[in-house]
Write a protein that binds this ligand. Structure first.
Ligand SMILES: O=c1ccn([C@H]2C[C@H](O)[C@@H](COP(=O)(O)OP(=O)(O)OP(=O)(O)O)O2)c(=O)[nH]1
Ligand SMILES: [Mg+2]
Length: 156
């Protein structure tokens, strides 16, 4: 791979008191796409996710995502594969104008209870550009060879 350098987008982040002592989310490998989000629930209060249950996991972080970008909260494949733990609303959307705490909505699709402990890497955050669009009402739209075909119209 080339050793090309990429421009890094810096995002201002406030650590809330309950994030004290936790590492900031970071890439686990040099060119990992996501920063791993860390659970900031109290040490003494592990979150127990029963099968089919959901929980909003705090990260203790408030971010200032620049306008023109969004945060995407995505599952970690290891947790999904090994435990059936995923993000219920994947990919979760963090709006650039959101100034609340980033939270991760986990769901347990596995058969066993799953315990979220403080400091556990529960999901990953990607920052992606957003296209700003507005809808323009018209009477007709350009035709295409696909037309209205969808939902398996090209075969399985
Ligand atoms: O996984 C997520 C998804 C959302 N949020 C926060 C940031 C986001 O900007 C806000 C609203 O999210 P969304 O638009 O997905 O939810 P909504 O149900 O449409 O709520 P709202 O009416 O507040 O937009 O909630 C998170 O912390 N984690
Ligand atoms: Mg919304």
């Amino acid at each position: 791979m080339s050793s090309q350098s990429f421009q890094e987008l810096q995002i201002r982040v406030v650590r809330l008191p309950h994030a004290e002592g936790l590492e900031l989310p970071r890439r686990e490998t040099e060119h990992a796409a996501g920063l791993d989000l860390v659970a900031a629930n109290p040490e003494a209060e592990p979150l127990v996710l029963k099968p089919r249950a959901r929980a909003l996991v705090p990260t203790g972080l408030v971010m200032e995502i620049p306008p023109g970008f969004e945060g995407q909260v995505r599952p970690r494949s290891g947790l999904a594969f090994k435990h059936g733990i995923t993000v219920a609303n994947a990919p979760g959307t963090i709006d650039a104008d959101y100034r609340g705490e980033v939270k991760v909505l986990l769901i347990n699709l596995g058969e066993e209870d799953f315990v979220v402990t403080r400091g556990m890497r529960v999901a990953q955050l990607l920052i992606a550009p957003v296209s700003f669009v507005s809808l323009v009402p018209v009477e007709t739209v350009e035709t295409t060879s696909r037309g209205a075909g969808g939902f398996g119209s090209t075969g399985l």
